[in-house]
Design a protein around this ligand. Structure first.
Ligand code: NAD
Length: 253
C-alpha cells in the first residue's frame, strides 16, 4: 500500500510538530515547515518516517503556494495539507494597529487559503482521499478579551472550512478543522507561566488540565483518515470541554 503524503505548515514546534509526529507514527511521508531555518525537528521526525523540511513564509500567497509546490516536488504527490502556522499578536483593543491586523490575517487566514488552493491544484482527478485540515481554535466560536484580531482570524477559519468543504466536495476533497483549546506550546508558555494564570485556566477546563500538543495530533490524523470519509465541513474541538461549558451557579474557585 502506498504511504499517504502529508504536509504541515508551521510544524517545527508546538501543535504543528505534534501533528506531524502523529502522522509520522502512522507511517505517512512528511514535509514540515517554518519561516525560519530548522534542522532539529526534521531530524527527530526522520527517525520515524521519511521527512523533509521546506523553509517558507506562509504569510503571503506566494509563500504558501511555494511551500505546497516544494512539498509536492519532494514527495511526488500530496494527500493531506494541514494548515497550522498561526500567530497571536493582539494587545489592548485601543492600541491595535494595521500592522498587527495585517500580520495576523496574512498568516492565519491568507496563508491557509492560498496553501489550500495550491494543494488542490496538485490533487489528481483520479486521486482518492485527499483532504485539507485547518487548525482553528475555540476562539473560532468563543471570544476572549483583547483578542479581536485573533478571534476574527479564527472565526474566518471556521467559515473557510465550511466554504471550501462545499466548493471542493465534487472533487472528493474533504475539508475539516481542528479547534484546540488551551494547549501548552512555545506560543502559550509565557502566558501560562504568568502569576496564577495556569491555575485560573485549569479550574475552568472541565477535564481539569491544560492541553498538550499530542492531544491535538490524533484528531488531525483521524480527520485525514479513511475512517472520516463521510466527514467534511466540520470543526472538531480538542479543548478539554471548554466550549461545552455554560456559566455555572457553583463556579469552582
Ligand atoms: P507556536 O508558536 O508554538 O508554533 C508555530 C509554528 O509556526 C512554529 O513552527 C513557527 O516556526 C511557525 N511559523 C510562525 N510564523 C510562520 C510563518 N510566517 N510561516 C511559516 N511558519 C511560521 O504555535 P502553536 O501554539 O503550536 O499554534 C499553532 C496553531 O494552533 C496556530 O494556528 C494557533 O493559532 C493554533 N492554536 C493554538 C492554541 C494554543 O493554545 N497553543 C490554541 C488554539 C489554536
Amino acid at each position: 500500500m502506498t504511504k499517504p503524503c502529508v504536509c504541515v505548515t508551521g510544524s517545527t514546534q508546538g501543535i504543528g510538530f505534534a501533528i506531524a509526529e502523529a502522522f509520522a507514527k502512522t507511517g505517512a511521508r512528511l514535509v514540515i515547515n517554518s519561516h525560519e531555518p530548522n534542522s532539529t525537528s526534521v531530524r527527530a521526525l526522520a527517525k520515524l518516517t521519511e521527512c523533509h523540511f521546506v523553509q517558507a513564509d506562509l504569510s503571503s500567497a506566494e509563500g504558501a503556494t511555494s511551500f505546497v509546490e516544494q512539498a509536492h516536488q519532494k514527495l511526488g504527490s500530496l494527500d493531506t495539507l494541514v494548515n497550522n502556522a498561526g500567530i497571536f499578536n493582539d494587545s489592548d483593543f485601543g492600541t491595535l494597529d494595521e500592522t498587527l491586523f495585517d500580520s495576523a490575517f496574512n498568516l492565519n487566514v491568507k496563508g491557509y487559503l492560498f496553501a489550500a488552493q495550491a494543494f488542490c491544484a496538485k490533487v489528481r482527478a483520479d486521486q482518492d482521499g485527499a483532504s485539507i485540515i485547518c487548525i482553528g481554535s475555540t476562539n473560532s466560536v468563543s471570544a476572549e478579551r483583547n483578542s479581536v484580531i485573533y478571534d476574527s482570524t479564527k472565526g474566518a477559519i471556521l467559515m473557510m472550512v465550511r466554504s471550501l468543504a462545499v466548493s471542493l466536495a465534487d472533487r472528493g476533497i474533504r475539508v475539516n478543522g481542528v479547534g484546540p483549546g488551551i494547549i501548552q506550546t512555545p506560543l502559550t508558555q509565557p502566558g501560562l507561566d504568568k502569576g496564577e494564570t495556569r491555575a485560573v485556566l485549569t479550574r475552568q477546563i472541565p477535564l481539569g488540565r491544560i492541553g498538550k500538543p499530542e492531544d491535538v495530533g490524533g484528531a488531525a490524523v483521524f480527520l485525514a483518515s479513511p475512517e472520516a470519509r463521510y466527514i467534511t465541513g466540520q470543526m472538531l474541538y480538542v479543548d478539554g470541554g471548554i466550549i461545552a461549558r455554560q456559566i455555572s451557579w457553583d463556579e469552582p474557585v
